[in-house]
Design a protein around this ligand. Structure first.
Ligand code: ADP
Ligand code: MG
Length: 264
């Protein structure tokens, strides 16, 4: 009696049908309880295996994306952030911009939810079957500069050109070295019309000349980035501070700041 399941277990393992292997008894019980035909039973087993494989793939892609934290669109309080067009964000979540190799710029002051939205859109992109990589602008530039200095720029450019969506966070918090701007330009050119880029920045597009330390390169970068792009400019106060004010923690500070505080 034991020989049969053992052999089956071995074969299922060899075929990498691990969900069927691990849940076989339960699945067969379900099938007999529901009086399924052999064919229907096979469908049930295949469905379970595919569901497990999809789950694993998503889990792995989420890990590879290297998000700094987990954030979802459902957790984004659109009412607290009226400058964000919820409809536009939901459209982006449908991931068509990724299929079309378009870009997204999320601009605004610190704490208004740029990274939250970037991560949430990255996660929906993965659920839609795309590969995603999240990287801080300074880390990205450091990687490219290192590659350049050791003669492996091509490899690094290829690495960052690969994911269907590249999320570059916090562009502009630190100004670039002039060389770095050139490297960044090469990456943007390489992805142009092929791979989507989502950038978050606390600087307006008009200030990017200063960020890149070179207005000519900045113009060339912006030219490509903005050609097929969705720009969301978020205004208002930091969400974290607003939350604190609401809970009364910052009442004293609020007294000194006047009008804006009474709204919160
Ligand atoms: P930014 O990248 O613009 O500096 P973050 O996205 O890091 O800001 O947001 C700061 C914190 O506030 C995060 O924990 C984020 O989840 C939260 N947050 C910001 N805006 C909202 C919002 N509208 N609804 C819910 N949480 C928000
Ligand atoms: Mg951020």
């Amino acid at each position: 009696m034991t020989a049969v399941p053992d052999r089956l277990t071995e074969m299922l393992t060899r075929l990498k049908l691990t969900a069927v292997r691990d849940q076989l008894d339960g699945l067969l019980d379900d099938a007999s309880r529901q009086d399924l035909s052999l064919r229907e039973t096979l469908v049930l087993l295949c469905e379970r295996e595919i569901a497990r494989k999809d789950e694993r793939r998503i889990e792995m892609t989420m890990k590879l994306a290297r998000f700094p934290f987990v954030r979802e669109l459902t957790g984004f309080d659109f009412a607290a952030q009226p400058s964000v067009d919820a409809k536009q964000v939901r459209e982006l979540a449908a991931a068509r911009f990724i299929a079309n190799g378009e870009n997204v710029l999320l601009l605004g002051p610190p704490g208004v939810g740029k990274t939250h939205l970037a991560v949430a859109l990255g996660r929906t992109a993965i659920l839609a079957g795309h590969s995603v990589q999240f990287v801080a602008a300074t880390t990205l530039v450091a990687h490219l500069a290192k590659g350049h200095s050791v003669g492996r720029l091509e490899e690094r450019l290829a690495h960052f050109a690969k994911p269907k969506l590249l999320i570059i966070d916090e562009l502009g918090y630190l100004p670039f070295e002039p060389d770095a701007a050139h490297l960044f330009f090469q990456l943007v050119s390489r992805r142009y019309e092929k791979g989507a880029i989502l950038i978050t920045s606390n600087r307006s597009v008009g200030e990017w000349g200063t960020v890149f330390g070179d207005p000519v390169v900045a113009t060339a970068i912006l030219d490509r980035l903005l050609h097929h792009s969705h720009v969301l400019t978020i205004r208002g106060d930091s969400y974290r501070l607003k939350e604190k004010r609401r809970s009364g923690l910052l009442q004293k500070a609020a007294a000194g700041e006047g009008k804006t505080e009474r709204k919160a």
